[in-house]
Design a binder for this molecule. Structure first.
Ligand code: FPP
Length: 253
C-alpha cells in the first residue's frame, strides 16, 4: 500500500465539500502489469476492477458526475492487439455491468467520436445511454475515442456552419456558445481531476472544461486505485482554495 491509498485521518468529505464532478485519467495499467511480469492485458483487466470499485465509491460518497478517460483519440497508435483488448474490455464492461449500474441508479453518458467505432460498440454505448437516461444518482461519463482538441474542433465546426448559414452572428460566438457545443454541453465542469501513476500531464483530456479544475496527481498505478485513494484525493481537493481567478474569500473585501 502506498500513501495514496493508506487511510488518513481526514474524515471523508462533508456533503458540501464533495466535488460535484470528478474526472479521472486512469493511468499505469501497463506499468502495474510489467512490474509483476504480467501481460499488459492483465493490467487493463485489473483496471476495470478498479473502475468498478471507484464507480461504487463515487456514488456512495455523493459525487454527481464521474468522467473516466477510457480510450483516447491517440490510443489508436497502440499495437492492434492492445486496441482489440481495450475494445473487448469495453464490450464486456457494458454487457456485464450495465444491469448493476442501472440498479444503482447510475446514468451512463459517452463522450468522444463514435463514428470510428465498430457498429456493435456503437450499439452497446447507445443501449447503455438509453437504458440509464432517467437515473439520478451518479452520472458515469465514459470518454471513449475522446480527444479534447478534436472535441473543440468539432464544436467550432458546428458553430462555423451556423455562422455560414446566417443563423448565428460572429459577435454571438462566445465561450458559453462554445461550451454548449461540446460533448459535455449539459454537464458541470470537473471540480477535481485525478491522474494516477505519478505522471503529471493532462494528455488532451477535457482541456476546455478543466480551466478551473483542481489537479491531484497520485503516485499509484490505476489497478491499485480504490475507495480510500478516492477519499484521499477528495480530502486533498478540500484543502485547496478555489478562487476562479478572483481573490481568496477571506481577503476579498
Ligand atoms: C492507461 O494505462 C490506461 C488506458 C489507456 C486505458 C484505461 C482503460 C481501463 C482502465 C480499462 C478499460 C475500461 C473500459 C471501460 C474500457 P496505460 O496502458 O497507458 O499504462 P502505462 O502508461 O503504464 O503503459
Amino acid at each position: 500500500m502506498s500513501q495514496a491509498n493508506a487511510p488518513i485521518n481526514t474524515a471523508p468529505s462533508e456533503p458540501d465539500h464533495v466535488p460535484r464532478h470528478v474526472a479521472i485519467i486512469m493511468d499505469g495499467n501497463g506499468r502495474w502489469a510489467a512490474e509483476r511480469g504480467l501481460p499488459r492485458s492483465e493490467g487493463h483487466r485489473r483496471g476495470v476492477e478498479a473502475l468498478r470499485k471507484t464507480v461504487r465509491a463515487a456514488g456512495e460518497i455523493g459525487v454527481s458526475y464521474l468522467t473516466i478517460f477510457s480510450f483516447s483519440s491517440e490510443n489508436w497508435s497502440r499495437p492492434a492487439a492492445e486496441i482489440r483488448d481495450l475494445m473487448g474490455l469495453l464490450r464486456r464492461f457494458i454487457r456485464n455491468d450495465l444491469a448493476e449500474l442501472h440498479q444503482n441508479r447510475v446514468r451512463v453518458r459517452v463522450i468522444g467520436e463514435r463514428d470510428d467505432l465498430d457498429p456493435d460498440i456503437r450499439r452497446l454505448l447507445e443501449e447503455a445511454e438509453q437504458l440509464t437516461q432517467n437515473n439520478d444518482k451518479l452520472t458515469l461519463v465514459v470518454a471513449f475515442n475522446y480527444g479534447a482538441r478534436q472535441e473543440i474542433a468539432r464544436a467550432a465546426r458546428r458553430i462555423a456552419n451556423e455562422v455560414a448559414a446566417g443563423r448565428v452572428q460572429p459577435a454571438e460566438v462566445t465561450a458559453d456558445l462554445l461550451s454548449q457545443n461540446l460533448d459535455t454541453a449539459d454537464m458541470p465542469d470537473p471540480d477535481l481531476l485525478i491522474r494516477t501513476s505519478g505522471e503529471q500531464r493532462i494528455s488532451n483530456f477535457l482541456l476546455w472544461q478543466m480551466a478551473y479544475s483542481e489537479l491531484v496527481f497520485v503516485p499509484i498505478y490505476w489497478p491499485e486505485f480504490d475507495r480510500v485513494a478516492l477519499e484521499n484525493a477528495i480530502a486533498e481537493y478540500c484543502r485547496r482554495e478555489r478562487r476562479f481567478g478572483g481573490l481568496a474569500a477571506r481577503t476579498g473585501s
